[in-house]
Ligand binder design. Structure first.
Ligand SMILES: Cc1cc2nc3c(=O)[nH]c(=O)nc-3n(C[C@H](O)[C@H](O)[C@H](O)COP(=O)(O)OP(=O)(O)OC[C@H]3O[C@@H](n4cnc5c(N)ncnc54)[C@H](O)[C@@H]3O)c2cc1C
Length: 382
């Protein structure tokens, strides 16, 4: 079945992004996994070639294309490169950080930040999660109390993607601690902010090159001009922007499942046992056929979600469906693919082993899959 979602421009973009990965990412990725972070120069290189802020208006230097298919192409190619590009952190920047600036920043802020996020001079992060709360945003304890022309920010955040590399961090904090979600606001904290420090680069079971960190704010006097949107409307902005982040996770999941299946097809066509190819046992053939079918069905659904998102018609519930189902699929697929590799599947030097551990977090971040089912359940009136 021919996919019709991409046009010639997307395919050209794909080709140049693939070349970027081959030249600037894949040869160095193992070292970045050891370092636990990608060099920030990678963002400059990506920015120079037009791989950051494709949807940012051209007046700020961006691609001027509010078309999520470009983001989708990036996710497909990163996954097709296998585990050799999993640490990029570009998805968080392109799909999430920039989206908040585009949707919530006023003109002065757009002029201040958008040119830098496109060139890679400003790397973004979003800091919602705290040591004491993740799913329950109403329980956020970070506070940003207005004092004249500043907000005094106190609190700590954890598990923050791009936490070390970030130049601007969109912090979710309570401007009115007497309320739950109604007291939340979004405050942009810049690299040079006094009272802002970074903690440990956290060690994870997978995605080793991806920078994940703790952040601390101690009486940080952030200019009031760094408030994004309206005070107290933070939760509303989160619910508006999280569907795009969830759609991104869904597209990554399906692309990762496809990449794992391709690896496994290659392996099982070569490996022999009992005098025949491993792939030719009926159990293996059925397993491969089932995975191929599920990935095909998921691709069709996700393609439709991306087009609906472009048309402004993807609902929060549909994004939640895509996120939980596709990330579950990815996890099922990598597990079955690992099994078909036998003992080699458990060896870190085999890409499927790393794909297995990388996959696990997809069911956790961006809102856990249980929270996705809560959102869907509520939409059903139950
Ligand atoms: C690698 C990585 C990168 C991340 N990047 C970021 C980032 O850039 N920015 C950021 O802000 N956060 C980030 N996170 C945090 C992530 O979004 C949270 O871990 C996630 O939202 C879950 O929150 P929690 O860890 O506090 O788990 P908890 O909320 O404590 O949940 C624990 C368990 O309880 C379940 N649970 C909770 N509430 C309910 C409920 N109502 N019904 C049913 N089950 C429930 C959860 O599903 C989960 O299984 C990242 C996490 C990881 C691991």
């Amino acid at each position: 079945m021919k996919r019709t979602i991409f046009d010639a421009e997307h395919e050209m973009f794909r080709e140049s992004f693939r070349q970027f990965l081959d030249k600037e990412v894949v040869p160095y990725h193992l070292q970045w996994e050891r370092d636990g972070i990608v060099p920030r120069e990678l963002f400059y290189a990506a920015g120079k070639l037009g791989f950051l802020g494709m949807d940012v208006p051209t007046q700020y230097g961006g691609g001027g294309e509010p078309d999520f298919r470009y983001n989708y192409v990036i996710h497909e190619e990163v996954q097709a490169a296998g585990v050799n590009a999993s640490g990029l952190g570009m998805s968080l920047h392109n799909d999430t950080g920039i989206a908040y600036l585009l949707h919530c920043a006023n003109e002065e802020q757009r002029e201040r930040w958008l040119p830098g996020v496109v060139t890679g001079d400003l790397i973004t992060a979003i800091a919602m999660t705290e040591p004491g709360t993740g799913s329950d945003l109403g329980a956020v304890r970070a506070t940003a109390i207005r004092d004249g022309e500043h907000y005094v920010l106190n609190g700590s955040k954890t598990f923050i993607t791009n936490g070390i590399n970030a130049d601007i961090v969109i912090v979710v904090a309570k401007t009115d601690p007497s309320k739950r979600t109604g007291g939340l606001s979004l405050i942009v904290v810049e690299r040079s902010q006094v009272g802002f420090t970074r903690g440990r680069r956290l060690e994870k079971i997978g995605m080793h090159a991806q920078d994940t960190a703790e952040l601390f704010f101690e009486n940080a006097r952030v200019p009031a001009a760094n408030l994004l949107g309206e005070e107290g409307a933070g939760f509303h902005y989160l619910t508006q922007n999280l569907p795009q982040e969830r759609l991104a996770i869904a597209t990554i999941s399906v692309a990762a499942a496809r990449a794992a299946l391709e690896l496994t097809l290659e392996y099982t066509k070569e490996r022999t046992a009992f005098g025949q190819k491993v792939g030719s046992f009926q159990n293996s053939r059925f397993s491969l056929a089932e995975m191929h079918s599920e990935i095909l069905i998921a691709t069709t659904f996700v393609d439709k979600c991306v087009l609906a998102h472009n048309a402004g018609e993807l609902s929060a519930e549909e994004a939640a469906v895509a996120k939980w189902w596709c990330s579950d699929l990815q996890n099922r697929v990598v597990d079955r693919c690992l099994q078909l590799h036998g003992g080699y599947g458990y060896m870190s030097e085999y890409p499927i082993a790393r794909a297995f551990v990388d996959a696990r977090v997809q069911r956790i971040y961006g809102g856990t899959n249980e929270i996705m089912k809560e959102i869907i359940g509520r939409s059903l009136g139950v």
